[in-house]
Design a protein around this ligand. Structure first.
Ligand SMILES: CC(C)(COP(=O)(O)OP(=O)(O)OC[C@H]1O[C@@H](n2cnc3c(N)ncnc32)[C@H](O)[C@@H]1OP(=O)(O)O)[C@@H](O)C(=O)NCCC(=O)NCCS
Length: 192
C-alpha cells in the first residue's frame, strides 16, 4: 500500500546490512534542502548548479524528472533511523546510453551528509540495486552516466564495484561507466 505522503510511486523496499532503501516521500525533500545548500555536495550532484539557494520546489521538480523513468528511493541509516540520501534506479533516458533491443538502467546517487562519506555505504546500496536490476528486472546492462571526471569519490565507487568506463564526453570532463550482464554474472560467480 502506498503511504499518505508517497512521492516515488512504487512500493519496493530493499535492505542491506546497514541501510534501508524505501520509496521516497514528499517530506524527504525538506530533509534534503540544507544538504543541497552545501557547495561541495551541490557541485558533485548538479552539472550546472543554480546561483540562487536550492529550494524544496527545485528539488521536487528534479525528483519528478527522476521518478517518471524509474524508482526513486530514500536511503535510511539503520543505526540512527535517519534519512541520509537519495538514489534512483532509472531506465536509461540519455540517447547516447541507449542500445537497440537492450534493457539498460542508470543510477544517480547522493549521500546528503558528508560526514557519512567513505564508510562504504554507497557500495552497499549500489550493489543491492545492481543485483535487483539484473536479477528482478532482467536488465542487460547497467550504466552509471555523467560522472564528473574530477569526482574522485564517484569514480572510485564505480571502479571498485567492477564497472569500466564506456565513454568520455564533453572533452573528457564527463565519464559514462558500464557493466554488462555477462560481467555481472562473472562477479557473482567469483564471489559465490
Ligand atoms: C559519491 C558518493 C555517492 C560515494 O559514497 P560513499 O558512501 O562515500 O562511497 P563508499 O564509502 O562506498 O566508497 C566507494 C569507494 O570510493 C573510495 N573512496 C572513498 N573516498 C574516496 C576519496 N576521497 N577519494 C578516492 N576514493 C575514495 C572508497 O575507498 C571505496 O573504494 P574501495 O572499496 O575500493 O576502497 C558520495 O560521496 C556522495 O554522495 N557524493 C556527493 C554526490 C555525488 O558525487 N554523487 C555521484 C554523482 S555521479
Amino acid at each position: 500500500m502506498t503511504q499518505p505522503d508517497d512521492f516515488a510511486g512504487h512500493n519496493i523496499y530493499l535492505e542491506t546490512e546497514r541501510l534501508i532503501l524505501r520509496p521516497f516521500k514528499d517530506t524527504d525533500f525538506d530533509i534534503a534542502v540544507p544538504f543541497y545548500n552545501d557547495p561541495d555536495f551541490l557541485q558533485a550532484m548538479e552539472d550546472e548548479p543554480p546561483d540562487e539557494p536550492i529550494t524544496r520546489d527545485y528539488l521536487k521538480s528534479a525528483g519528478e524528472y527522476m521518478r517518471k523513468d524509474g524508482f526513486l528511493f530514500a536511503i535510511v541509516e539503520k543505526a540512527s533511523g535517519r534519512t541520509i540520501g537519495e538514489v534512483c534506479l532509472q531506465w536509461m533516458n540519455l540517447e547516447r546510453g541507449k542500445i537497440e533491443g537492450e534493457k539498460i538502467m542508470r543510477l544517480p546517487i547522493g549521500i546528503w551528509d558528508k560526514s557519512l562519506w567513505g564508510k562504504g555505504y554507497a557500495k552497499e546500496i549500489v550493489w543491492c540495486l545492481v543485483a535487483h536490476a539484473f536479477e528482478k528486472l532482467g536488465i542487460d546492462r547497467f550504466c552509471p552516466m555523467d560522472v564528473h571526471a574530477d569526482n574522485a569519490r564517484s569514480k572510485a565507487l564505480w571502479q571498485s564495484l567492477g564497472f569500466t568506463v564506456s565513454r568520455e564526453v564533453d572533452d573528457r570532463k564527463t565519464l559514462d561507466f558500464e557493466m554488462t550482464r555477462a560481467e555481472y554474472e562473472k562477479l557473482v560467480q567469483r564471489d559465490a
